[in-house]
Write a protein that binds this ligand. Structure first.
Ligand SMILES: Nc1ncnc2c1ncn2[C@@H]1O[C@H](COP(=O)(O)OP(=O)(O)O)[C@@H](O)[C@H]1O
Ligand SMILES: [Mg+2]
Length: 373
């Protein structure tokens, strides 16, 4: 019998800006490995001890299985541990734990037993900082503000996502649950979370429709929003629903994209995303090929594609500029935090406090109009 507190120290919720349907997610300190993890635990309302385990319960076994099968992808969040918790409260802090490490098969086998006992499944995941969550970065909480990723970074993100899908599809896995809330981007590396709506397809079946739909969902559910700052439903950004039926239906009716708000976005890129939205891209490779065509125009080099030297040079300057903007924005945030911390010190004279607050406000206004989300 192991106590939860022996293995994990549980801290605050980290999912409050983008709540999921299946789970609550908390910071936790993994005492065995001495590191921070994101502890994803099933919401208590999905428990059904008297009944067969619900879909939501089974989804945890599905997710642990798929994370294990894709553990070699640099873009898939790492699974560190999975198991069951006896605590019934939304934020578990006490009670018992049964930990299976990364043995997803054993975790799945025990599912019915623990469901009957009224215990909840959990996954301990690599923690990824909120500041790189794409939904969070796009500031959907700020009315009237519309941010978009620079094309250079957006292309890099799209290529990495496509590589992840290519690997997944080669193993008969479709991701399906494309939305900004599940994407983490630090300017260089992509990380994707939440595979509980993803599916392992039966071999030997004709799965081509689902493979096309996965590329469609990427174009509609993530790339459109990232390049325009709008939801694919053409509204301001808002959270996308997450229950099973909603994931499948979410972007089904969206077969064309409106780039009216971003007329300067590369025409070839717009056309490529339109083809994805129209479910015309048969395979991820067709999409990758399209992205490379766009990239070549934008100064990227790929084997067997021809890049003009002038474009290559311009791109290298653009990259240098973008990395300076990222540094600059980080400095602005640091400066703002210094002013803010100074302003709340006890006993500070009113005059000085007022000046510090003026500076905080002024820097915040600058950050509102930033170039990179
Ligand atoms: N590994 C992680 N690192 C940091 N935050 C995470 C991580 N996994 C999930 N979250 C946060 O928790 C939220 C819900 O997690 P998610 O896996 O999407 O749950 P659900 O399956 O219920 O949709 C995410 O939108 C994100 O804000
Ligand atoms: Mg989710």
């Amino acid at each position: 019998m192991t106590q939860l507190a022996d293995l994990y120290r549980i801290d605050n919720f980290i999912d409050t800006f983008a709540l999921g349907h299946y789970a609550r997610v908390l910071y936790a300190h993994d005492k065995r490995k001495d590191r921070v993890v994101a502890l994803k635990v099933m919401r208590p309302e999905h428990l059904a001890p008297e009944d067969d385990p619900r879909w939501e319960y089974r989804a945890f076994a599905n997710e642990s299985d798929l994370l294990t099968k894709l553990a070699d992808s640099p873009h898939v969040v790492k699974l560190y541990d999975c198991g069951y918790l006896s605590a019934r409260s939304e934020a578990p802090i006490s009670g018992e734990i049964e930990s299976f490490g990364t043995d997803a098969a054993a975790f799945s086998r025990e599912l019915a037993t623990f469901s009957e006992r009224g215990w909840r499944p959990y996954l301990a995941l690599e923690h990824i900082p909120r500041s790189s969550n794409l939904y969070y970065q796009m500031r959907p909480d700020k009315q009237g503000l519309r941010l978009r990723l620079p094309t250079e970074e957006g292309l890099a993100l799209a290529l990495q996502f496509a590589e992840m899908l290519k690997l997944a599809h080669s193993r008969n896995i479709v991701y399906m649950d494309h939305k900004l809330e599940h994407v983490y981007w630090d300017g260089i590396h992509l990380r994707v979370i939440d595979f509980n709506s993803s599916r392992l397809l039966e071999k030997g079946r004709d799965n081509s429709q689902l493979l096309r739909q996965d590329v469609h969902n990427l174009c509609v559910g993530i790339l459109y929003s990232m390049f325009t700052g709008l939801s694919p439903q053409k509204t301001a950004l808002r959270p996308q629903p997450g229950a099973l039926s909603e994931v499948e239906a979410r972007y089904q009716d969206i077969n064309s994209l409106d780039f009216g708000v971003e007329p300067s976005l590369s025409q070839t890129l717009q056309e490529l995303l339109q083809r994805g939205a129209a479910v015309q891209l048969e395979r991820v490779d067709d999409f990758i090929d399209g992205l490379r065509n766009v990239g070549t125009v934008h100064g990227w080099d790929f084997p067997n594609y021809t890049t003009e030297p002038i474009s290559r040079e311009a791109r290298s300057q653009m990259r240098a500029g973008i990395s300076r903007i990222r540094r600059g924005q980080d400095y602005l945030r640091e400066a703002r935090d210094l002013f803010r911390e100074a302003a709340i010190q006890d006993g500070i004279p009113d005059d000085l406090e007022a000046e510090l607050r003026r500076l905080v406000k002024s820097v915040n206004e600058m950050l509102q109009n930033r170039v990179i989300p």
